[in-house]
Design a protein around this ligand. Structure first.
Ligand code: BGC
Length: 747
């Protein structure tokens, strides 16, 4: 169930209101009728321009009307010149799609998508995408390759940074919000750009979290988990989708007709276009699916891939494939129509060039406010012993700010920031100094040159400062380069000598506050007992500093919640909250620990359940977890009707009270378990959430309405169904919520 406060607006097509669907289709067909085969194939091609000037081949192809899209040019004058060539000099005057990876901001950088997801707030996520789109549009970009809605259950995978986490509903809601933000009210409106949901599909399931590795996703999991956020993006009107690099169950996604033509177009009715990933058509031969580029072009075209990103398999071979009757002309026409439809929707035939004067200036106050809000709401307080936080600016005499990431404008932007401007970043050190306003001293020593450094040379100076100060704030984590595409890690603990630095500072006996900036969940076991408090800020972007300072000083109470499970050790991966029960689920009564096993204990003495002998089966921190400076009490859960019929809504509600001393926001979450299913169902599934603001002592009723559709899943026949029977429901502050009720749905 989508509760009203967080519901994406689904089912709406983002069409310029002046164009009816029919009129648009008429224009597409009229143009198509005038095109030669070479011009049609040209629309299906994209070339990389880069920042070294426009290559001759690109300019010639644009002039000749045999190039539909360019990627990676952000010089607005160069883009405008190419658009003028396309519109005025090519035979049919078809404008270009100008693509760029605007993943979490353009010049003004929002937190990495995983950090945005920790806000659980579609409004701030949508606003971040809107700002990113309008800044990018002012540079002539009209198409971004975001949002990435791959479900990410493996923190070793570097691209988890770019994901919206492990949960299908959270990813669906926030992915749809990003689509709405990028694409605006209408694609043709000023500042709107076309979005691209990627990577269709299963890319996040890469074996061992190694980017690009094979994926093996069972049909049931594909439909119930991985496809869902893509469907939500399509319902939100996303203009394009990108196929994944990976091999999925033996058929690489870029050649997967069953998924692209079958699921995306036939089952979901997607009428935008599908682009391959970078050169992923030619890579079909490297996968060993095809013998050569010609066969690869054939496979991708018959699968329904409309455009080739930076590669020349289509350009070189589609013509001869059509001439030989191997690829039907109708198939090419369909692909070109899909691309032209988006160009018309973008209003490019009316205005292809960019008037820089009329668009939003870069990094204006709205942009900075948006970046601040999402960094603020997406930072997660994971530990706060003895009220170590918030720091009290009135009683402090000095703080020691330590750590390689405390004052690094570049690293805090995170991965995928081709255009991000580090000069705009405000670092935690700068903001803590601003917060001090002469009331207390801010001492600073980085301790390490980079988060990967193993050089202890700076330790003494750092420890000395900690000794002098009332408290130490350690800003540690991962350098930006340790996450993102092709930046996977096998060991996801704090890199370099950071854990040793934490221990040394701990040795001073001063309160230790850790702020972690990272592109993924890290295994924190080796520092958790060395710190009094830990705030997880991800890579927080341009306005990370002010957000972190305001959270540390309690100007605002932390309210972020984990969008992904934090494992204790790498060996637990994959570890996610919505797993299956198994026939032998572990419990505290059934598990043993490796240290407690008698030398000659019989095999069956170990409980015989699904756990590791050397680590507890629970995670370090569960999905949905996040502390606050307030405390919240959930009570009095009730269900409106314990025996509803299929057509009757069920309202699950509870009381939520702020029992703490400060005003704060809490993300109240609803989880449901379908106890018996045609296929086994997860132990819990997120079905709704609300961000609620409460003053001290204030309480409210939190209410979620469930309809039969909200309880639907794909069964053995891969058909969506809601089954009668028993359901358990929990409301609370994380996926480990204990307040439970139940209802029994009748046919
Ligand atoms: C990535 C895509 C990206 C594309 C264009 C690829 O390597 O997988 O996500 O959009 O490059 O830069």
């Amino acid at each position: 169930m989508r509760n009203t406060k967080t519901s994406p607006q689904i089912g709406k097509k983002l069409v310029d209101s002046n164009q009816t669907e029919q009129a648009l289709e008429d224009r597409v067909q009229a143009l198509l009728a005038q095109m030669t085969l070479a011009e049609k194939i040209g629309q299906m091609c994209q070339l990389n321009v880069g920042d070294q000037g426009v290559p001759d081949e690109v300019a010639q192809r644009v002039r000749g009307g045999t190039l539909g899209s360019i990627i990676n040019v952000v010089d607005v004058d160069a883009v405008n010149a190419l658009q003028r060539t396309a519109v005025h000099d090519s035979r049919l005057g078809i404008p270009l799609l100008v693509g760029r990876d605007v993943i979490h901001g353009f010049k003004t950088v929002m937190p990495i998508p995983l950090g945005q997801a920790a806000s659980w707030n579609p409004d701030v996520v949508r606003e971040g995408a809107r700002i990113a789109a309008s800044e990018a549009a002012s540079h002539g970009i009209n198409w971004t390759f975001a949002p990435m809605v791959d479900i990410a259950r493996d923190p070793r995978w570097g691209r988890i940074a770019e994901s919206l986490g492990e949960d299908p509903m959270l990813s669906s809601t926030l992915g749809a919000a990003m689509v709405e933000g990028f694409q605006g009210r209408a694609l043709a409106a000023a500042g709107a750009i076309a979005a691209c949901a990627k990577h269709f599909v299963g890319y996040g399931a890469a074996e061992s979290g190694r980017d690009y590795a094979t994926t093996n996703v069972p049909e049931n999991e594909l439909h119930n988990v991985h496809l869902r956020p893509f469907h939500a993006a399509v319902d939100a009107g996303v203009a394009s989708l990108m196929t994944s690099f990976s091999d999925i169950d033996g058929v690489p996604a870029t050649a997967n007709a069953r998924l692209v033509n079958g699921v995306l177009r036939d089952a979901w009715g997607f009428d935008g276009f599908v682009v391959s990933d970078w050169d992923s058509i030619r890579q079909l031969a490297i996968h060993g699916l095809t013998a050569d580029d010609r066969e690869s072009a054939y496979e991708a075209a018959q699968a329904g891939v409309d455009m080739e990103m930076q590669g020349d398999a289509y350009f070189e071979h589609l013509h001869s494939l059509v001439d030989a009757g191997e690829v039907a002309l109708g198939q090419v026409d369909q692909a070109v129509a899909n691309i032209l439809r988006v160009k018309f929707r973008l209003g490019l035939f009316e205005q292809a060039t960019t008037d820089t004067a009329t668009l939003r200036p870069i990094a204006d106050s709205d942009a900075r406010k948006a970046a601040y809000q999402v960094a603020l709401q997406g930072s997660v307080l994971l530990k706060n012993d003895g009220g170590a936080l918030p720091l009290n600016s009135n009683s402090l005499k000095s703080i020691a700010v330590i750590g390689p990431l405390a004052d690094d404008p570049y690293e805090q932007m995170g991965t995928w920031v081709f255009d991000g401007d580090a000069a705009l970043s405000v670092t935690p050190l700068q903001s803590l100094r601003d917060a001090a306003q002469g009331k207390f001293d801010v001492l600073y020593a980085p301790g390490l040159d980079s988060a990967r450094s193993r050089d202890h040379g700076g330790f003494e100076a750092a420890v000395k400062l900690a000794e002098q100060a009332d408290a130490a704030v350690l800003v540690i984590g991962e350098d930006a380069i340790l996450s993102g595409e092709a930046h996977s890690r096998a060991d996801i603990c704090l890199p370099g000598a950071q854990a040793e630095l934490v221990r040394r500072v701990r040795g001073t006996g001063k309160p230790v506050i850790a702020v972690v900036m990272a592109g993924r969940p890290l295994t924190l076991g080796n520092i958790l007992d060395q710190v009094d408090a830990l705030l997880y800020a991800w890579h927080p972007g341009t306005m990370g500093g002010p957000a972190i300072a305001d959270l540390l000083f309690g100007v605002v109470s932390p309210s972020g919640k984990l969008p992904v499970t934090f494992p204790r050790v790498v060996g637990q991966i994959p570890l996610y909250y919505n797993h299956k029960n198994t026939g032998k689920p572990p419990s505290d009564d059934t598990i043993a620990h490796i240290d407690d096993i008698d030398a000659r204990a019989p095999q069956t003495s170990l409980g015989m359940t699904a756990f590791h002998l050397d680590v507890h089966f629970s995670p370090q921190f569960p999905f949905g977890f996040g502390l606050s400076y307030a405390s919240f009490r959930y009570s009095d859960i009730s269900v409106s009707n314990p025996n509803p019929a299929m057509h009757e809504p069920v309202v699950i509600s509870c009381q939520l009270e702020n029992t703490g001393a400060v005003s704060a926001e809490e993300v109240a979450q609803l989880y449901v378990r379908d106890v018996v299913g045609n296929v086994t169902r997860p132990v819990r599934e997120l079905k709704g959430w609300q961000r609620v603001r409460l003053r001290p002592g204030e309480s409210t009723t939190v209410e979620f309405t469930l309809l039969a559709d909200d309880l639907a899943f794909y069964g053995r026949d891969l058909k969506l169904r809601t089954e009668p029977g028993e359901f358990h429901a929990w409301i609370g502050g994380s996926s480990a919520a204990e307040l439970q009720t139940q209802f029994c749905l009748h046919a």
